[in-house]
Design a protein around this ligand. Structure first.
Ligand SMILES: C[S@@+](CC[C@H](N)C(=O)[O-])C[C@H]1O[C@@H](n2cnc3c(N)ncnc32)[C@H](O)[C@@H]1O
Length: 244
């Protein structure tokens, strides 16, 4: 699958600006409560596709021992600067091979699970997560699912390093994917530069599809929090490792 340019080079800081900092403690609070409820002695956490480490930071602040993996070297560089006491590894989450029964919680947050290539790979990831979890360990994943679209437009504006950057995104559903076409206009001292940011398609995962895949990989679904990110299409699944 094509590399997503938003998580490389200059665009890493831009990505962080697109999603304001307050989102992270706010959503982490809910996740933390769920962990305390379902696995109160949890200590070791793995985050798949951790980006610039904003959830890793929340976990570390709350006293967890946390490791983040991501397939982009550039986001990890920023994550390592942000949080010194966590471990990070450059890795495709589709190929994780963590030590068996080494984590109490594995999380994959903010649409990241939808970067997985296809449903078969989702199940492969779930099987590997299952192995990496201790008995009763939790797998927590959040994502959104919208009706198929011919064309949905999203407009964002960010001010950064003396620049104004306007991003216009077009989402089109093609089969099992939502494809994205991002055009940016960079305004600097009266000049405008126009560029495309190459984006990866996102796998469409419905609530039922997620349920089906988790059950197939022998997870027990404990809770589904609908509207996790404040809109009804967003949902957070809390699944638990039970015996195979
Ligand atoms: C929407 S960002 C979310 C980052 C982070 N979870 C957060 O909430 O800030 C998606 C992240 O997934 C990473 N990613 C995409 N495909 C991946 C893969 N196959 N393996 C590991 N990371 C991946 C990207 O590099 C990016 O950092």
């Amino acid at each position: 699958m094509a590399k997503d340019e938003l998580y490389t080079g200059f665009w890493v800081d831009f990505y962080d600006k697109l999603f304001p900092a307050y989102i992270y403690p706010k959503t982490f609070k809910i996740i933390h409560k769920l962990i305390k409820k379902h696995n109160p002695n949890a200590k070791n956490v793995l985050e798949l596709a951790c980006g610039t480490g904003r959830y890793v930071e929340q976990f570390a602040k709350a006293g967890f021992i946390v490791k983040g993996i991501d397939s982009s070297q550039d986001v990890l560089k920023k994550a390592k600067k942000r949080i010194k006491k966590a471990k990070f590894e450059l890795k495709d989450m589709q190929n994780i091979k963590e030590k068996s029964e080494s984590y109490d919680v594995v999380v994959c947050l903010f649409e990241s699970f939808r970067y997985i290539k296809n449903y078969l790979n989702c199940e492969k990831v779930m099987n590997n997560v299952w192995k990496a979890l201790k008995p009763k360990g939790l797998f927590i994943v959040d994502f959104g699912h919208w009706p198929p679209t011919k064309e949905t437009k999203i407009h964002n504006k960010v001010k950064m390093n003396g620049l104004t950057i306007v991003k216009d995104e077009i989402i089109r559903t093609k089969g099992i994917y939502d494809t994205r076409f991002d055009m940016v206009k960079i305004y600097k001292k009266g000049k405008i530069e126009t560029k495309e940011i190459k984006r990866s398609p996102l796998l469409r995962i419905s609530k039922n599809k997620m349920k089906e895949m988790l059950l197939k990989t022998k997870f027990k679904i404990l809770e589904i929090i609908v509207s996790f990110r404040g809109h009804p299409q967003s949902m957070l699944f809390v699944a638990q490792k039970k015996g195979k």
